[in-house]
Design a binder for this molecule. Structure first.
Ligand code: NDP
Length: 296
C-alpha cells in the first residue's frame, strides 16, 4: 500500500488565501496594513532568493513589505541600530533578519535585539521560553508548519507516540514542544541516540529534521505512521552536473510503509513562508490589541 501524500503546496495556498482575507480585516480595523520588515546583509545568492520570495509573498498576502538590504561589510553596531529603529517603528509588526549573517556579526546578539513581540521567526529566547511553558508565543515557522500539516492530516494528536529527529533551536526543539502541547508522548532523537531505527519504529508520528539525505529508511517506519520530512538536501542528479533535492527520509521506501508522508520538495518547505505570513498577522493583531482569528 502506498502512503497518502501530504500536499504542503496546497495547504500553504489555502492558508495564504485565508491570510489575505484576514489582512483586509486588519487593514479595515486599524487603517494600516500589517508590516513585515526584512533585513538582508550581503549578497549570498541563496539568502537573496529566500528574502525575495518572502517579500513577494508578503505583498500577495495584503501586507506591507519593507526591505532593508545592507552591504556585506555592515558592522554589528550598524545592524543593531537598524533593528532598534525597526523595533520602534509602529508600521513594523514583524522583523526578519535573514540568516546566516556575515562573520563579523554575532547572530545571537542580533536575534536577542529583536523585540520579542515582533520576532516573527520565533528565535528570541523569550519566545522559546514562552513556547516551553505553554504561554502565548511567536513560534518558529517550520515546526509550526509541520504541526499544521499534522493536525490537518490527523485531527487530534493526543496520546500519539511522536519521535522528532533533531534538536536544533529552530526546528527540533520547538517541534517537540508543539507536539507535547498537543499531548503527544514525545521523544527527541539526535546524533547520540542509541539504536535510532528502533526508536523511530515506535513512532506514530515521525518528524525528521536532520540534514542528512535519505537517512531514514523504510524499515525504520512503523506501518501506517505519519512521516514529516523537514530535510532539504541537495544531491547529484541523474544528468551530469545537475542536482536534485531530497529529504532526510528515503521517500520511495518510506512511502510503501507509512500511512501518510510529506514529499520533498512540496511538503514542509512551502509551509514555512506561509507560517511567516501567519506569524506577522498574529504579531500585528496582538500589537493592535486585537485577538488573532482562532483558526490561525
Ligand atoms: P541542524 O544542523 O541545526 O540540526 C540537525 C540535528 O540533526 C541535530 O540535532 C543533530 O544532532 C541531528 N543529527 C545529525 N546527524 C544525525 C544522525 N546521524 N542521527 C540522528 N540525528 C542526527 O539542522 P536544522 O534543524 O537547522 O535543519 C535540519 C534540516 O531541516 C536541514 O536539512 C535543513 O535544511 C532543513 N530545514 C528545512 C526547512 C524548511 O523550510 N523545510 C527550514 C529549516 C531547516 P546533534 O544535536 O546531536 O548534533
Amino acid at each position: 500500500m502506498s502512503a497518502r501524500l501530504i500536499d504542503g503546496r496546497a495547504a500553504a495556498e489555502a492558508l495564504r488565501a485565508r491570510l489575505a482575507i484576514i489582512a483586509d480585516f486588519f487593514r479595515a480595523s486599524t487603517g494600516r496594513p500589517a508590516g513585515l520588515a526584512t533585513v538582508l546583509v550581503g549578497e549570498d545568492p541563496a539568502s537573496a532568493v529566500y528574502v525575495r520570495s518572502k517579500i513577494k509573498a508578503t505583498e500577495e498576502a495584503g501586507m506591507h513589505g519593507l526591505h532593508h538590504p545592507l552591504p556585506a561589510k555592515t558592522s554589528e553596531a550598524e545592524l543593531l541600530a537598524l533593528v532598534d529603529t525597526l523595533n520602534r517603528d509602529d508600521a513594523v509588526d514583524g522583523i526578519l533578519v535573514q540568516l546566516p549573517l556575515p562573520k563579523q556579526i554575532d547572530s545571537a546578539r542580533v536575534i536577542d535585539a529583536v523585540s520579542p513581540d515582533k520576532d516573527v521567526d520565533g528565535f528570541h529566547v523569550v519566545n522559546a521560553g514562552r513556547l516551553a511553558v505553554g504561554a502565548e508565543a511567536l513560534v518558529p515557522c517550520t515546526p509550526l508548519g509541520c504541526l499544521h500539516l499534522l493536525t490537518t492530516e490527523l485531527g487530534d494528536l493526543s496520546g500519539a507516540n511522536a519521535v522528532v529527529i533533531g534538536r536544533s533551536n529552530i526546528v527540533g526543539k520547538p517541534m517537540a514542544s508543539l507536539l507535547l502541547g498537543e499531548s503527544c508522548t514525545v521523544t527527541i532523537a539526535h546524533s547520540r541516540t542509541r539504536d535510532l531505527p528502533e526508536v523511530c519504529r515506535r513512532a506514530d508520528i515521525l518528524v525528521a529534521a536532520v540534514g542528512r539525505a535519505e537517512m531514514v529508511r523504510g524499515d525504520w517506519i512503523k506501518p501506517g505512521a505519519t512521516v514529516i520530512d523537514v530535510g532539504i538536501n541537495r544531491v547529484p542528479g541523474a544528468a551530469a552536473g545537475k542536482t536534485r533535492l531530497v529529504g532526510d527520509v528515503a521517500f520511495d521506501e518510506a512511502r510503501e510503509v507509512a500511512g501518510a508522508i510529506t514529499p520533498v520538495p512540496g511538503g514542509v518547505g512551502p509551509m514555512t513562508i506561509a507560517m511567516l505570513l501567519r506569524n506577522t498577522q498574529v504579531a500585528a493583531h496582538r500589537r493592535a490589541g486585537l485577538k488573532p482569528p482562532e483558526d490561525l
